[in-house]
Ligand binder design. Structure first.
Ligand code: SF4
Ligand code: SF4
Length: 356
């Protein structure tokens, strides 16, 4: 058994109990893995055992019947074993190679195509959106569905310049991996919270409300037993609304989406990189977010046609230069874009390499 096995009396069962036998038997003894075809990976152990992984995308917010369906597929083809990845993909872990194609065919016929492995578009990750979170400036499921529908062909490929990770967060609190994704879109508020004096006076802890603001924009308003918000200092984060519902920030007309690009976590080729702001605002165009979809497609097409082998979007832009990227993408540039908001330390914009 696993020497690291720890005993707990609370929480979920230990992961070791959930592993397929083939993984337990080859734990720490995998020799290599290879890509069989889009959506299928093969791991080979020292023992000669072969483990096949079939990956499909999920929309993250899924019905209980869908989870039951996945479980039925796992019972039928993979000894009851599946896992959800951190990008909301579903992976079936098979020890029988003969089961791979029948599983893919059955999933595909039910509308769950395999893909997302290797140099492909990965499943989009996203946060809660209007359906769950109080501070959302945009929806999650709606724009993610529209973007993924448009880019779906890239999910079933393995010949992109590099992997392509797209993330979305529905407000600046950014519960998603927006800071380190190739392309990210983020919900943005553009109006300060609307102070309801009666609600603040009767329903909120004023010291807490003041302390909740990261920029010190909130001051007491003793006359009204409420607060005031300094518009110049507010950065529309919605933090105060989280502690005081009498400070609503949502604005159906003005809220929208910003696009950041070029982020990634570190890998064997290069270190981590933060995403940079390239389009500050696109309105919420329900139900299909047409402009957002169009702009993301444009950026992806540029990368596909211009990048060298292995270059992630940020690596490609670093090579050609950010100013060139804005030119090629026909995007307007202003001083608030690309990097930080102050010049207290030397920034990208203040170096002689930056040509705008
Ligand atoms: Fe809520 Fe913002 Fe997180 Fe979306 S990103 S789930 S709106 S806190
Ligand atoms: Fe402060 Fe954010 Fe509230 Fe603006 S939205 S007042 S920055 S907490």
């Amino acid at each position: 058994s696993n020497p690291n096995y720890g005993k707990t009396d609370i929480g979920p069962p230990h992961y070791w109990d959930m592993l397929p036998d083939i993984i337990k038997n080859n734990y720490g003894k995998w020799l290599f893995h290879e890509k069989v075809k889009p959506g299928v990976l093969k791991h080979v152990g020292e023992s000669g055992d072969e483990l096949f992984t079939v990956r499909i995308a999920s929309p993250r917010l899924i019905h209980i019947d869908t989870i039951r369906y996945f479980a039925d597929m796992a019972d039928k083809y993979s000894g009851g074993h599946l896992r959800f990845t951190s990008r909301h993909s579903v992976e079936f872990l098979l020890s029988e190679s003969a089961n791979v194609d029948p599983l893919i065919a059955e999933l595909d016929a039910a509308g769950w195509p395999a893909g997302g492995t290797g140099k492909a578009l990965k499943n989009l990750i996203h946060t809660q959106g209007w359906i769950h979170c109080h501070s959302a400036a945009t929806d999650a499921s709606g724009p993610v569905k529209a973007v993924m529908d448009d880019l779906f062909d890239l999910f079933q490929k393995d010949d992109l310049p590099a992997k392509l990770k797209i993330a979305m967060a529905c407000c600046l609190n950014m519960c998603g991996a927006v800071h380190c994704s190739d392309i990210a879109f983020v919900g943005v508020h553009r109006r300060i919270p609307q102070v309801n004096d009666y609600g603040v006076a009767n329903g909120c802890e004023i010291p807490n409300v003041i302390a909740s603001c990261p920029t010190g924009a909130i001051r007491p308003n003793p006359k009204a037993k409420s607060v005031t918000i300094n518009e110049e200092k507010c950065m529309y984060c919605g933090n105060c609304y989280s502690v005081c519902p009498a400070l609503p920030i949502a604005d159906p007309e003005g809220d929208g989406v910003a696009i950041f690009i070029g982020g990634k976590v570190s890998n064997t080729r290069s270190g981590p990189a933060f995403s940079k702001l390239v389009i500050p605002y696109i309105p919420n165009e329900t139900p299909r977010w047409d402009t957002l979809v169009k702009e993301i497609r444009k950026i992806v097409e540029l990368w596909l046609s211009d990048a060298k082998k292995h270059e992630r979007i940020g690596e490609w832009i670093e090579r050609i230069g950010w100013e060139k990227f804005f030119e090629k993408a026909n995007l307007p540039f202003n001083s608030k874009l690309i990097d930080d908001f102050t010049f207290s330390v030397p920034t990208f914009r203040s170096t002689s390499q930056f040509k705008f």
